[in-house]
Design a protein. Structure first.
Length: 274
């Protein structure tokens, strides 16, 4: 029987861990991070998949681990072993390779209709997905009409953009509706080239949402730019839609989010130089 490999579109939760390597340990730290992830993936095969990435066009030597899990309850033990309590990292000065206080973790849960007020803004007749077997919530793949074969995920993307935004509370449902519409426009117009999915932040600021935009390579970013420069009528309609009801003052998507709260981080897989 083939062991399930978890990734960003079939998991129940993704925990993103970030930490800043000291420059003196930039090569060794990457090597040990990959070896420790391989150790965890073997030890917990079928329960978790850990991938290691490095920030691109951002802070040099900042690592991003994506810990893919079916549910939150499996995270505690994985986190302990990511800390180097056993495995390849245990025989090294693992903690000394990183800047003190630079470790952080964010739990991302795939967004699905019905969460956090989205049922208030859904078009009539929208089906609310049930959770997949062994998952507590529907996986992100359920957000798109595209088949898994025509979408990218964290297991094979050459570059990922992690986009964060804070919806205004009054428009929390409308913001999620817009976010899902615009992500699906990417999926359907750039199949196999770029894929976008929406996640909710757990244990952080209320209603903060996260996109993971998966790209085939760095140059795919130009395809995204071109798509939004040469909008077709369907994509333009998403941006021009008066998504806010008149009783709330009306308006398009640009009233949905807290000003200056939207930002991007790009990261790519750490190459295995062994």
């Amino acid at each position: 029987m083939t062991t399930l490999t978890f990734h960003s579109t079939n998991s129940g939760v993704i925990v993103e861990r970030t930490a800043q390597l000291k420059q003196a340990h930039r090569a060794e730290g990457r090597r040990i991070a990959l070896e420790q992830a391989a150790y965890l993936n073997d030890k917990f095969a079928g329960q978790t998949t850990v991938t290691v990435h490095e920030e691109t066009f951002g802070v040099r030597d900042r690592l991003h681990w994506l810990v893919h899990l079916p549910k939150l309850s499996g995270h505690r033990e994985i986190s302990r072993l990511l800390d180097g309590d056993e495995g390849p990292a245990a025989d090294t000065d693992w903690h000394g390779m990183f800047v003190d206080g630079s470790f952080s973790e964010t739990a991302l849960i795939p967004q699905h209709w019905g969460m956090y007020g989205t049922d208030e803004a859904l078009p009539e007749g929208t089906v609310i997905d049930a959770a997949a077997p062994d998952l507590r919530v529907p996986p992100a793949q359920r957000q798109t009409s595209m088949s898994p074969e025509r979408t990218l995920n964290s297991s094979g993307a050459g570059l990922m953009i992690h986009r964060v935004a804070q919806p205004k509370y009054a428009f929390r449902a409308e913001a999620r509706l817009f976010a899902r519409r615009i992500t699906e426009s990417i999926n359907t117009r750039l199949p196999g080239i770029a894929s976008s999915f929406l996640y909710e932040e757990a244990f952080g600021p209320a209603d903060r949402v996260h996109w993971l935009i998966h790209m085939k390579s760095e140059d795919t970013y130009y395809d995204l730019i071109d798509m939004h420069m040469r909008m077709d009528d369907a994509t333009r309609a998403i941006y021009l839609d008066e998504i806010i009801a008149p009783e709330k003052g009306g308006g398009t998507w640009n009233r949905l989010f807290v000003e200056e709260s939207m930002g991007d981080i790009a990261f790519s897989p750490v190459p295995d130089a062994r």
